[in-house]
Design a protein around this ligand. Structure first.
Ligand SMILES: Cc1cc2nc3c(=O)[nH]c(=O)nc-3n(C[C@H](O)[C@H](O)[C@H](O)COP(=O)(O)O)c2cc1C
Length: 320
C-alpha cells in the first residue's frame, strides 16, 4: 500500500486543527500511523450541555477532515477518504489513505491557501452585497461535498429566519446550564482553546436582526450597527446520521474557505440548529425535505483575528 511520509502527515494534522468548532472546543484527536491519518472525535471534549447528540463534534471533525484532505492534495497525492471506517470504533470519523497522485487543481490550491486566513467574524459587515458569481460558487462548494446550500433571498425570508434564530437564542439564554458552559469556554486570558473575549460580537442591541454571540460585554462603536440585509446561507444534508453531519462539516469548511478566498467574511449562527423545534421550523420554512446543519452570515468585513489552538502534540492520539 502507498503511504504518506511523516512530514506530509504533520502538515495535514497542522491544517486539520485550524478547523472551526463550537466554542472552539476542538473536539478532535489525530492519529498518524502506517502512513495514514485518522481524524477521531475526542468525546472528552464534546460539550456536555450544548452538544448532547454529538452533532457539533461531527461538524467540527468533518471540517478538520476537509482541511487535512486539502493539505494532502497539496502534496500531490490526494487522499482516498473513508468516513466512519467499519473496522474501527465509532470515534474514528475519517481515515485518509493515499489515492492516485496528481497535482492539486488551481481551486484546490486556493482553498488550501485560505486555511490559515479563515476566522469567524462576528462584527458588523459593510452593507455591500455579495456578488452573484460568488453566490454561485458558494452553492457549488456545498454541492461538491454532497450537501445543499440555500441562500435566503429577500426581506421576507430573512425576517422569517431572524425570528426563528432569535427565538432559539432566547431558549438557550434562558438555560442557565447552557450559559454556564459557554462562560467556561470564554477566555479573557491566553488559553489554548475556547473563545477569546476579543473574538465576540458587540453586546446585542434591540435593533439587531440576528443573534450574534458576544462572549463578553463590549459596546459597539457609535453608528457601527449590523448590515441591514445580511446574506444568510443555510447549509443542509439529506439526512441527519453521523455520516451526514460529517459530510456537512466538510461542506461547511469548503464553503468557509471559498468565502475566505473570495475576500469575504463569515460568522456561524447555530442557535436555530441547536434547538430542535427551531431546526424543524427552519426546515419547513425552506420547503426542504433534508436537514439544516448550519446557518452562516456572509459579507464584507474587517479581516478576522485567529483564535488559539491546542498544541499539535496535545492533539495527536498516543500509544496506538
Ligand atoms: C458546530 C459549530 C457551531 C458554531 N456555532 C456558532 C454560533 O452559534 N455562534 C458563533 O458566533 N460561532 C459559532 N461557531 C464558530 C466557533 O465559535 C468558532 O469556530 C471557534 O470559536 C473558533 O474560531 P474560528 O472559527 O475563528 O477559528 C460554531 C462553530 C461550529 C463548528
Amino acid at each position: 500500500m502507498n503511504t504518506y511520509n511523516e512530514d506530509d502527515l504533520h502538515t495535514a494534522a497542522t491544517a486539520a486543527i485550524l478547523a472551526p468548532s463550537l466554542h472552539n472546543s476542538q473536539p478532535w484527536q489525530l492519529r498518524l500511523h502506517h502512513g495514514t491519518i485518522e481524524i477521531l472525535a475526542d468525546r472528552t471534549r464534546q460539550l456536555t450541555i450544548a452538544d448532547t447528540t454529538g452533532w457539533a463534534t461531527h461538524i467540527a471533525c468533518g471540517a478538520a477532515t476537509l482541511n487535512a484532505r486539502l493539505a494532502l492534495t497539496h502534496t500531490g497525492t490526494p487522499p482516498d477518504v473513508t468516513l466512519l471506517p467499519r473496522d474501527a470504533g465509532p470515534d474514528v470519523i475519517a481515515r485518509l489513505t493515499p489515492g492516485h497522485p496528481r497535482p492539486a487543481t488551481y481551486p484546490e490550491q486556493a482553498l488550501h491557501t485560505a486555511i490559515p486566513h479563515r476566522h469567524s467574524n462576528r462584527k458588523p459587515f459593510f452593507p455591500d452585497p455579495v456578488p452573484s458569481e460568488v453566490r454561485a460558487q458558494l452553492i457549488e462548494a456545498a454541492r461538491t461535498e454532497m450537501a445543499w446550500l440555500d441562500l435566503l433571498v429577500g426581506m421576507t425570508a430573512l425576517s422569517g429566519f431572524a425570528e426563528i434564530a432569535q427565538s432559539a437564542d432566547r431558549v438557550l439564554r434562558r438555560n442557565p446550564q447552557y450559559q454556564a458552559e459557554m462562560t467556561t469556554w470564554t477566555h479573557a486570558d491566553h488559553a489554548p482553546d475556547g473563545v477569546p473575549v476579543t473574538a465576540g460580537a458587540p453586546t446585542p442591541e434591540p435593533q439587531d436582526l440576528l443573534p450574534q454571540r458576544p462572549f463578553a460585554d463590549h459596546k459597539r462603536a457609535p453608528g457601527r450597527d449590523y448590515e441591514p440585509e445580511p446574506l444568510i446561507a443555510i447549509l443542509g444534508t439529506t439526512g441527519n446520521l453521523p455520516t451526514d453531519q460529517i459530510t456537512a462539516g466538510q461542506a461547511l469548511q469548503r464553503l468557509l474557505l471559498t468565502i475566505t478566498d473570495a475576500g469575504l467574511a463569515a460568522s456561524m449562527i447555530s442557535q436555530p440548529i441547536e434547538v430542535p423545534a427551531a431546526r424543524e421550523q427552519l426546515r419547513r420554512s425552506l420547503g426542504r425535505s433534508g436537514i439544516p446543519q448550519m446557518a452562516i452570515r456572509i459579507g464584507y468585513g474587517q479581516p478576522g483575528r485567529p483564535t488559539p489552538r491546542r498544541d499539535l502534540n496535545d492533539v495527536l492520539a498516543q500509544g496506538i
